[in-house]
Design a protein around this ligand. Structure first.
Ligand code: SF4
Length: 324
């Protein structure tokens, strides 16, 4: 925690300290987010990267306080613009959601009401938080759609009349309808082709230029590397490396980050892709010591016994015994 403090500047919008979110089942306790600390600065674009099940979406849902039973945030602090979100009453948190923090989900069809016109859904969101009449809210909805590259008349369409990329734009319009300062996008382009993906990413970059902070959750390392100011690598509920995107790509420190980079296809270098051996661990019964040790080519004896500390190395944070 001391290290995380020393790396961050004062203009933080989000400070997460020692956050743990667990899922409780008959088989045992699954530690999806395990004592995570991180910061996000004003107008910063962070990419949170890791394989499926590493805890990145649970981290995003924890920030929004959208964890459902059998999941529970069991410890930690989430300070957003000075407020501890975990101490807010449900009603206060509802106001923060949408008005101060917007979220874009992976599959717009599960978030949009198929029976309601796009415009009505945006109008409803605006009127829930702002004292405006329907005409004014509808005009705002049209402007919002235009700001994400859709014609304003799409307010009259139903979700099924739009393509996957257009629906994702609608989701972004909904997420920014109340002008939040933080936008969290959870795998927003996974189901889209690369051209539509690029257009969605351009919108997120525009949101950043307009003054927002962005958290992009993705399993696509190259996408995060290209778009983010900083990358945060998650493995088995831990942050294992965090730092400036360019430096992290040029010189990855953690063996897991190196493995992720080596498994990214590169059509220009035409180098051979190396797949990482093994699978992410069962988080109900994770391996002792470093949770990555069964897959790690650099594992030492201590790695099998003791959890590595999070260490600062050249302005980067890395959780690995190699740097102790
Ligand atoms: Fe590999 Fe050990 Fe570092 Fe874990 S702590 S990543 S096992 S070298």
């Amino acid at each position: 925690m001391m290290v995380a403090e020393s790396l961050a500047s004062n203009n933080k919008v989000l400070k997460i300290r020692n956050l743990s979110t667990h899922y409780f089942s008959r088989r045992g306790v699954l530690k999806a987010v395990d004592r995570v600390s991180m910061d996000l600065r004003k107008q910063e674009f962070i990419g949170i990267v890791g394989e499926s099940g590493c805890g990145k979406s649970t981290l995003a849902f924890s920030i929004m306080r959208l964890i459902q039973p059998p999941g529970k945030i069991v410890e930690g602090e989430i300070l957003f613009n000075g407020k501890d979100l975990l101490k807010l009453k449900d009603e206060e948190m509802r106001r923060v959601r949408g008005k101060e923090i917007g979220m874009v989900f992976q599959d717009p069809m599960t978030s949009l009401d198929p029976l309601e016109k796009i415009g009505d859904q945006i109008v409803e969101t605006i009127q829930m938080h702002e004292d405006v009449d329907k005409k004014e809210a509808l005009e705002k909805a049209m402007k919002l759609l235009e700001s994400v590259g859709l014609p304003g008349d799409r307010v009259n369409y139903y979700p099924h009349q739009l393509s996957g990329g257009q629906r994702q734009r609608v989701m972004i319009a909904l997420a920014i309808a109340l002008n939040p300062t933080l936008l969290i996008a959870d795998e927003p382009t996974t189901a889209l082709d690369v051209i539509v993906q690029e257009k969605i990413m351009e919108i997120l970059e525009k949101m950043k230029r307009e003054g927002r902070s962005i958290i992009l959750i993705t399993h696509d390392f190259s996408l995060a590397a290209e778009k983010s100011d900083r990358i945060l690598i998650m493995y088995a509920g831990w942050i294992v490396e965090m730092g400036d995107s360019m430096k992290l790509v040029a010189e990855p420190l953690h063996p897991y980050t190196k493995g992720l980079i080596e498994s990214v296809p590169d059509i220009w270098l035409a180098r051979k892709i190396k797949t990482m051996p093994g699978f992410p661990p069962d988080l109900i019964n994770p391996p002792p010591g470093c949770k990555f040790h069964p897959r790690c080519p650099k594992a030492k004896e201590i790695c099998k016994r003791e959890e590595p500390p999070l260490i600062e190395v050249n302005g980067r944070l890395v959780k690995c015994w190699l740097y102790e």
